[in-house]
Ligand binder design. Sequence first.
Ligand code: 5RP
Length: 268
Amino acid sequence: MDWGIKNRLSRLIQPDGHCFFMPIDHGYFQGPTSSLEKPGETIKPLLPFCDALFVTRGVLRSCVDPANSKPIILRVSGGTSVVGKDLANEVITTSIEEIIRLNVAAVGISIFVGSNYEKETLSNLSKLVNECENYGIPVMAVTAVGKEMGKRDARYLGLACRIAAELGARVVKTYWCDKDFDKVVNGCPVPVVMAGGPKCKTELEVFDFVCDGMQKGAIGINLGRNVWQNPNPVGMARALQAIIHKKATAKEAYELFNETKSSVRTCA
Ligand code: 5RP
């Protein structure tokens, strides 16, 4: 691996081998997502706890302070919306010149395995890897399921993760599943990061699945709504950081969450 790509990955994956990415890219297909109406305000109190932000170029430019930012994973796929025909029909939205200009640590792109646009999205991933590897920029593949959340079982996720890695992704982001998640991780030759999905019913549910996933080999999380849609987002971020980087159990994380004084919601 070249120095540049190693250097970028080490900005994202910490010396303990783990990572906590904070996604704020939801607006690229959902519009002004609840609690993310003003992304710059939402992330301000959370930045000290995460290792990187997952964000589009538009929000990066308008809401993230270039002088005081965490490393950036740039979301570079899109072109569809929740009210459109098919969420899977994505294209690559951002040129390689723009990716380089923004000095990002990595880029992220969705693939929709098993969808009507499987071939197109896998081809997007391959093209992006071809371009980005020339400049030492790692690609994170996001195994997206669109509106079909039922697809989140080990067989499907294992298939999607392995394909993403085979096509050259350096990191794969996928969903945790309660059965055989270790098979998903073990079948993927590159590091696996867990996505969050819609807000869970309880905080403990989040801490439980994150702990379980870490024990089964994931290197970290890319978790958004379960953090910044919680009434105590700082408590969530602090507790998750403790699981990821301080080996806290779900119970310890929950105690930490409760100890953290509920922060005032800062978004509109
Ligand atoms: C959308 C994404 C988001 O980054 C992802 O969904 C993570 O956020 P959350 O934890 O809110 O699900 O990649 O495809």
